[in-house]
Write a protein that binds this ligand. Structure first.
Ligand SMILES: [Zn+2]
Length: 91
């Protein structure tokens, strides 16, 4: 099941408004979790207030290998299945 959860609004590195998070298996975000911006594919982390920031190189190194593998699969899938242009979609 895939479910989206409202999160405190922040701007992604590309300027897109990020106000929802979608977790695999119905997971909801917790502080320290990672996610990606679906517009620019930047790896982001939730802080203690569930605000997102770009993950530093050091933070990326702490992400479990299975999550990194999932990210790589997503990037490969997205290359063959482009998402609609979210910059023009209403949020
Ligand atoms: Zn972005």
């Amino acid at each position: 099941m895939v479910r989206s959860t409202p999160i405190p609004a922040t701007r992604g590195p590309c300027g897109v408004n990020l106000n929802m998070a979608t977790g695999l298996g119905g997971a909801t975000p917790s502080p320290g979790d990672c996610t990606i911006c679906i517009t620019c594919d930047t790896i982001l982390l939730f802080d203690d207030n569930l605000l997102l920031h770009r993950a530093s190189k050091e933070e990326i190194e702490t992400i479990p290998d299975e999550i990194k593998a999932c990210y790589a699969k997503y990037i490969a899938f997205k290359k063959t299945h482009p998402l609609p242009n979210t910059r023009t979609m209403k949020h």
